[in-house]
Design a protein around this ligand. Sequence first.
Ligand SMILES: NC(=O)c1ccc[n+]([C@@H]2O[C@H](COP(=O)([O-])OP(=O)(O)OC[C@H]3O[C@@H](n4cnc5c(N)ncnc54)[C@H](O)[C@@H]3O)[C@@H](O)[C@H]2O)c1
Length: 356
Amino acid sequence: MTSRLLTRTLQRPIASSSRARLSSPSPVSRIASTSYASPRHLQARFNSSFTFPSATADSTSTSGASSDPAFEESSSHATGLTANGKTPKALAAFSMANKVCMVTGGARGLGYEFCKAFLDSGCTDLAILDLKEDEAQAAAEELIKAACVDSDFNPNDYRVMGVGCDVSSELSVHLAYRRVMDTYGRVDSVIASAGIVENYSAFDYPFDRIKRLYDINVHGAFFTAREAARHMIPQGGGSIVLVSSMSANIVNIPQPQTPYNAAKAAVKHMAASLAVEWAKKGVRVNCLSPGYMLTKLTRTILAHDTELKRTWESLTPMGRMGEPEDLAGAIVFLASDASRFMTGSEIRVDGGYCII
Ligand SMILES: NC(=O)c1ccc[n+]([C@@H]2O[C@H](COP(=O)([O-])OP(=O)(O)OC[C@H]3O[C@@H](n4cnc5c(N)ncnc54)[C@H](O)[C@@H]3O)[C@@H](O)[C@H]2O)c1
């Protein structure tokens, strides 16, 4: 195994030629609106005299590459190799091998990164749900290709399927699960990542758009979780992660987004409430709350507004926006058996935004 492989691998298993495979129907590939996330009584304090060192270092870049040497250095330490070049033990509970995973909104952005983190952690059976089936399938093919680089696995070892699904429709979610169950027979870890954000002031926000936002962000998460539990309970359990936001805890500035913030607070409390309902049935429900992350969409928005990026960075103690990969550890932890005594909790991954 090369050191390059180990560098990019969280916990991929070694392929076994005798590995039993279920039959896979054709959809299985073998081979807008966004900007997110208070004190903002503290903003004047930040703006006037103090800037975090790394906030100034890369304040205009939209490439996503950090220029913070400490960040680069800590990333390079994560090779998985000891100083003598040997592979150390890794906690098996973090492995996603033999788990069927499902990610809504997985065709791009954070959802796509969650899919990647699962494949990099040993998962080989994955369903990607997104609005357009062709985009979900394209993501599936791209992910398989990436997973096979520097790996003992080949495309035939993976069953990643793209499924068209509108999470705001209960029927659409029901039908998508039916296809997933027909293909894999079970589902172990489900991530509700599909979501949108829009920036309107309260007086200007058209009601039909507010309703749509709640339909996707709140009801979509509920339909996704409820349908998951309906399958997980009879099979003995599973893990559900609802993607909330630091906006569940704070009020973002300068952009107005009251319905989004309220929706994400609802998602956070939904996770806690469902966790209590299903705690004794083996189904865990937690939420992951990212801070400002550099996804493809936020990069595009920020490319035209470097001032906004500077503001967000200056309000973040770590002085930078998050890379989507910064969520990989947290999502694998929540989805895997490593978090088996954890339910109803929130993990914030926000560079410290909420603590000041
Ligand atoms: N990017 C951030 O900075 C950030 C911060 C905090 C929380 N979040 C949350 O993370 C999640 C993902 O955000 P992102 O930045 O990756 O957004 P994104 O726009 O890049 O991706 C969202 C995905 O969800 C899909 N989607 C939208 N509506 C859908 C629907 N009705 N049914 C099925 N799929 C649908 C989109 O097609 C897209 O693939 C959202 O819930 C968002 O609120 C993002």
